[in-house]
Design a protein around this ligand. Sequence first.
Ligand SMILES: [Zn+2]
Length: 282
Amino acid sequence: MTAAEILKAMCAGAPGNLEKAMTALSKVSGMSADAIEQLSVDAYNRAVGDLKDYDCPICKNKGFVAYLDDNKEYCQRRCSCMAKRRSIREAKASGMGALLNKTFENFETAQDHQKILYRTAQEFVSSVTHGDICWMMACGQSGSGKTHICAAACNELLKDGFSVRYMSWIAESGRLRRLKTDDEAYNELYFQLQDPMVLYIDDLFKHSGDGKPSDAEIGLAFDVLNHRINAEKITVISTEYSIEMLRSMDEAITGRIVEMCKGNVVRIKPDINKNYRFKEFR
Ligand SMILES: [Zn+2]
């Protein structure tokens, strides 16, 4: 075999070819088998792959790293970046979008209610990452940081490998309005709400303008929330509705939701000073 043929056979990838080529190379070059194994490890680790999302200096975007085991045999292991790639894909699929930038670090805690939100969300994340199935709910005054802190909690869970899905109630209001007359819209939304392991419902029952939630919408929400309790799936809820208002819609299920939260409920009383959107007018 010529050197060119040897190289070609090594690149062909079939294990049989590689072995033959390496034996030939060893004869031609006089190199030891170990040294040749090391050559193929180096050659593999130098090659550049085509994985996207993240530029990995370790595997050069192939997802695997070659090495010699204790018997000096050629082996490959998954690169540590694969977990990172997975969480990047999960983050994109989560629908969190711009909310992916919301973290505990950039959450303001100047006011008392913000401190409570912060502490509650941290306790919630800690419980979930320790294997507890519990929920979190932030109710009350709009613009008080509910969305930020709920998003921060969900982003922490994403980082910990949980699959998370975000649902903005207000953005879905068009589909929600059609629920009564459109079975397909109802079924699609029902599945989206009941399926994910962690679901974040942002601004539950909020409508553009002063629209009120329809009976069909209320029915769907409580149906799904009840299903999620029974299926032991985690839910994070932010809403301007108070617990008393939710209770007036469905007493029994609201009671079960509060129970699922195991104390991770923040009730922010209406107060214009708590609304960051009006800060400059104070
Ligand atoms: Zn890598």
